[in-house]
Design a protein around this ligand. Sequence first.
Ligand SMILES: O=C(O)[C@@H](O)C(=O)COP(=O)(O)O
Length: 222
Amino acid sequence: MNSEVEKIKRELVEIGKRIAQENLIVGPGGNISAKIEDKVYIKASGVSFEDATEDDYIGVDLNSGRVIEGDKRPSSEIWMHLECYKVREDVRAVVHTHPIYSIAYAFQDEPLKLFTPDMVALLGGEIPVVEYVVPGGKEFARVVGEVIKNHNGVLVKNHGLVTVGSNLKEALYRTLLIENSIKTIFIAKLFGNMRFFTKEQIEEIDNLEVEKYRRKLLKEKG
Ligand SMILES: O=C(O)[C@@H](O)C(=O)COP(=O)(O)O
């Protein structure tokens, strides 16, 4: 195994454990992957993030979906992960989780709009909601891929959240930020007031040199 593969598998294990600690899934729910050239390393199906070791991350050929490394079955969401890489050259990592607030929010039929500088800098735009699709198939992959062409995440009704990034950390931070932002909306509505950014405010933040620097750092270092 080459050192790049060893490194990515170590990172997959680490990020998977963080996902479990953050309660973004329960038991074997959710899956993550990372791309190296024309190979994708993805969690094995049915394995819990908290238990997963490096051997539970399976190498799959990006174009055919054929297993090329590992002796377990890859995640049932392999087609969705491959589709995210195929629709966007810049995507190098995919995180799929089942976060409580995100699932609840998706029933509102409203895209998640931006209301903090972090959201503008990290999410890069609103997060759409799509209708429920049977998990694990090519239709699910198609529906998610359609949104990922132009967005860094998608909320799937009755299911969960998918985020992408140029590395695993960026994809994970997007998941955490979406879940936290939805918690904020929930609390703000209890207090009684809530205000989203205007188009002008978003553009203003997007053009700030300090935000460009922060974004660049995360993309480079992961
Ligand atoms: O919700 C599902 O069934 C899947 O999307 C899932 O999260 C876990 O599937 P595996 O990766 O096959 O364990």
